[in-house]
Design a protein around this ligand. Structure first.
Ligand code: ZN
Length: 272
């Protein structure tokens, strides 16, 4: 592995709680858990289903322990966090009997209290994101690696701000943290093994043992029948200032711990 590769991959953080890969952050953008650190650092923790680390202080201790390996033990042991270190050490010993990352149930996405759902067609705003599948420009893409039993190993969600065009009214700007939900008939599924270039584009380290199914749901430009759930606010948008009142339009902005939920309207209507 080249030096450059190492630098590049270390910029991917992973939430141990919901398995979301994301840019460097102190809390997970989707679930707000503090258990988020460089994926290389926390990879050992992905071999366990029941990680429960309640607060930032304990998490800081665990990541310090992981970063320093065994050198951290004599430093931390005299402090009042012995149980946490013992917990971590016990986990690593148990890990030796395991072969792969333990999958989790798909985390429930929680929209902000007081959210509403709007329906419409996705229109390009100022940018797109690049699909991990074929470099195509898309507005939102949720990629999930599942094991053979269907449990979630790792996820990634990329979203560009986009306009939702609603029949009979003006557009709503959809921006911020997004999460695609629902069994989606339009999801594409591929068998993947360790080292697959699509996993690399997700930010999965090439040597991490993830084998199973890659499920990718993309919202393409001009995609119809979307159902978006979030808090409706109003903001001034510079790009729209020339053809709207001061550029003020309704906005749904996904925030840390309260993402905008993106779903397929037809599946909601069918009760799925
Ligand atoms: Zn999370």
């Amino acid at each position: 592995m080249s030096h450059w590769k190492g630098v590049e991959s270390s910029s991917t953080f992973c939430c141990v709680q919901c398995r979301l890969l994301q840019p460097p952050t102190t809390t997970c953008v989707e679930c707000a858990a503090p258990m988020t650190a460089p994926v290389e650092l926390v990879r050992e923790l992905l071999y366990y289903r029941d990680m429960q680390i309640g607060n930032h202080r304990d998490w800081a201790m665990v990541t310090a322990f992981l970063a320093g390996s065994s050198l951290a033990i004599p430093v931390l042991a005299p402090l009042a966090i012995g149980s946490m270190v013992a917990f971590a050490v016990g986990k690593f010993r148990a890990r030796q009997q395991r072969r792969g990352i333990v999958g989790i149930d798909m985390p429930q996405a929680a929209a902000a209290v007081g959210s509403t759902t709007i329906y419409g067609v996705a229109r390009r705003f100022r940018s797109t994101v690049t699909s991990i599948l074929d470099d195509a420009p898309v507005l939102v893409e949720h990629a999930v690696v599942k094991d053979r039993a269907g449990a979630v190993l790792l996820r990634r969600c990329e979203a560009a701000p986009f306009l939702l065009e609603i029949e009979g009214s003006g557009p709503v700007l959809i921006t911020g943290v997004a999460r695609v939900t629902g069994a989606n008939a339009l999801a594409q599924r591929f068998k993947v093994v360790r080292g697959d270039p699509r996993l690399g584009r997700m930010g999965v380290p090439a040597d991490l043992a993830v084998t199973g199914e890659l499920e990718v749901t993309s919202v393409t430009v001009d995609r119809a029948d979307l159902a978006i759930t979030g808090m409706m606010e109003e903001e001034s948008v510079v790009e729209l200032a020339f053809h709207r009142d001061g550029g003020r339009i309704p906005v749904m902005r996904g925030r840390i711990g309260a993402p905008v939920i993106v779903a397929d309207r037809r599946l909601i209507a069918a009760g799925l």
